[in-house]
Design a protein around this ligand. Structure first.
Ligand code: MGD
Ligand code: MGD
Ligand code: MO
Length: 551
């Protein structure tokens, strides 16, 4: 809608913001450093609105906690949009000069009144009005979102709704405001920028664009396919149907992290050839025909691009274990063995230089410049004199005119019913990292959090006759796992929440692999489940689990 997929503003601007609107982000556990910047803004007087079904730490601190039902963000955000239109709090000048398509959004939100929204979302109409007014009338107001927004079958619609709010109030291209997706991993932004997606060459140059393709064909001296590849969600489904003969998995533990994972395992059993490129054995390498041992971040040179588009150098600090090699060396040798005459690169700086020469967004970034600029360089950085871009869209939207997108609410793919009456949402905790391949090797985090649990409302626990600390069975249409009940004031009645970190009790045996229509992202945040008692047996001491209170 704006012409770039990344945080519009910089992390360093957060402390200067006057209003923080955090939606679907458990910032203090998943992005603690960014959360510290938010706390600084709070101490300087910024207002805080949190929209999250759980009473996370940030919500406890908030001026306004919009505790919506999972999967109803389109209703909440459309109702906020409705209020801003109805009370004429829109930025007429910005809409006229910098955007297209406002009328369609204005018409689409007419029926999303706060009163109707209250019925669907559970958020009081008056709170929706207050949030809309605060957001629209505060100049330095920033939106911060993550997976509570994107990991839905309507994840893209949620993002559209947020971007509509930004555009109609003119919060784009201004200091300490904007639209800020907080990236999950140290280099997920960089991986995307470098083209680790089936639809783009580096710098979001589409594989289907003939001019782009010709440029890369010339540089690499080979014909290139004009077709989009399969996205991860589709790949996993083709795998389960036996249509993937071979799979090359690099730095992902798919057997833990993909939704509806028993289907993935079924597919791996049919797949003829699996390569894993890994720093550790994990659950997925059990299925591998070949494991290429790679070096970890501390054992190699390179760059990481963080959430605010900042390209920074990382340097080798320790020697790798014997036999482990840098990911790029493994890939180059693999390409050569497959018959391509890959150039002899001496270091990753040469690879970066090649990418920069073909990618306008980062054309001005080089290892030499990064050595001089220890704080890194933020793209777009189109030439070697350019200082980088801390705030996007300062001279107007990157795509010329930003595009409004009208959205209609679609419910989550699987809703609770008599058989599976509870809504399960999944995510992460402060103490473990994703598949926990790394953090469960370390005694510190393990001591803090040893095993899996579900957060449950006390009324649900009472209805089921289960106690805090009791092990129960959680079942969905796709699988079942055992976990301990933590009776928790954080979750809504009717909802349970479980982390994704535990191999012996995988949340993803339960989750739904229905994907977002555009991105394919799985619906990790909503599926229907039932909880059963384990033959009356109960164990565990609630005091063993300090983490529920310490964040
Ligand atoms: N300690 C730690 N930090 C991490 C990670 C880790 O594993 N451990 N993982 C990293 C990665 S890869 C990522 S992508 C990020 C993810 O960071 P986050 O997205 O912040 O983490 P999640 O726990 O997945 O969930 C986000 C929040 O969305 C809320 N939510 C669930 N459903 C909905 C909904 O329907 N609407 C709304 N508005 N909110 C909803 C949840 O209650 C939760 O508070 O964290 C990164 N940081
Ligand atoms: N139920 C549920 N499932 C989810 C989510 C959720 O919220 N709920 N969130 C999803 C999200 S946002 C994400 S990002 C995924 C994460 O899922 P994964 O990517 O599977 O999880 P990680 O633990 O980040 O796994 C990374 C793997 O990379 C390896 N590794 C680390 N460094 C290197 C390196 O330098 N080179 C190589 N070759 N390997 C390395 C680690 O050993 C580990 O096995 O999970 C997704 N799955
Ligand atoms: Mo992620």
């Amino acid at each position: 809608m704006f012409g770039a997929g990344a945080m519009t503003n910089s992390i360093s601007e957060i402390r200067h913001t006057d209003l923080l609107f955090i939606i679907g982000s458990n910032t203090s556990e998943a992005h603690p450093i960014i959360a510290m910047e938010m706390k600084r803004a709070r101490q300087a007087g910024a207002k805080l609105i949190v929209a999250d079904p759980r009473e996370i730490w940030m919500a406890e601190q908030a001026d306004l906690h919009l505790q919506l039902k999972p999967g109803t963000d389109v209703w909440l955000l459309s109702a906020m949009t409705h209020v801003i239109v109805a009370e004429d709090l829109i930025d007429h000048e910005f809409i006229a000069s910098s955007t297209e398509g406002f009328e369609a959004v204005r018409d689409a939100v007419a029926k999303y009144t706060p009163e109707e929204a209250e019925k669907v979302t559970g958020v009081p109409a008056e709170d929706i009005r207050t949030a809309a007014r605060w957001y629209a009338t505060t100049e330095k107001a920033g939106i911060y979102y993550t997976l509570g927004i994107t990991e839905h079958t309507h994840g893209t619609d949620n993002v559209y709704c947020l971007a509509n709010l930004v555009l109609m109030t003119g919060h784009l291209g201004k200091f300490a405001s904007g639209m800020n997706p907080l990236r999950g991993q140290n280099n997920v932004q960089g991986a995307n920028d470098a083209g680790a997606t089936p639809i783009y060459y580096p710098g979001y140059q589409p594989v289907t664009d003939e001019g782009v393709r010709k440029k890369f064909e010339k540089a690499w001296g080979v014909p290139l396919s004009p077709d989009d590849g399969l996205n991860l969600n589709v790949m996993m489904k083709e795998l389960a149907k036996g249509n993937m003969k071979a799979l090359y998995v690099m730095g992902e533990d798919i057997v833990i992290s993909e939704p509806n994972v028993s289907q993935v395992e079924k597919g791996l059993n049919m797949c003829e050839f699996l390569v894993c490129q890994e720093i550790f054995h994990n659950e997925t390498t059990r299925y591998a025909d070949v494991v290429f041992p790679a070096t970890c971040f501390a054992e190699k040179d390179g760059v990481f691009t963080n959430s605010d588009r900042r390209v920074q150098r990382v340097r080798k600090a320790v020697e790798p274990p014997e036999g482990a090699r840098e990911d790029w060396r493994i890939l180059c040798d693999f390409a050569r063995a497959a018959g391509y005459s890959m150039p002899e690169y001496n270091n990753p700086g040469e690879i970066y230089a090649e990418m920069a020469s073909l990618t306008p967004k980062v054309a001005g970034i080089s290892y030499e410049r990064l050595d001089e600029n220890i704080e890194g360089l933020q793209w777009p950085c189109p030439d070697d004199q350019h200082p980088g871009t801390p705030t996007l869209h300062m001279d107007g939207p990157l795509n010329g005119k930003a595009q409004f997108q009208a959205v209609e609410y679609r419910p989550s793919a699987e809703l609770p019913d008599e058989e599976f009456p509870l809504v399960l949402s999944t995510g992460r905790t402060l103490y473990h990292y994703n598949a926990a391949t790394q953090t469960r090797r370390d005694p510190g985090p393990v001591a803090k959090q040893r095993s899996n649990f579900i957060e449950m409302h006390r009324k649900n626990a009472k209805l089921l006759g289960v106690e805090h600390g009791e092990t129960v069975k959680v079942l969905s249409r796709r699988g079942e796992v055992e976990a301990e009940v933590w009776v928790s004031p954080r979750v809504r009645f009717g909802c349970i929440w479980m982390p994704m970190h535990f191999a012996e009790s995988r949340a993803n045996l339960l989750t739904n692999d229905a994907g977002d229509v555009i991105t394919g992202t799985g619906e990790y945040k909503v599926c229907a489940v039932r909880v059963e008692k384990l033959n009356g047996s109960s164990n565990g001491n609630p005091n063993d689990h300090p983490s529920i209170t310490t964040t």
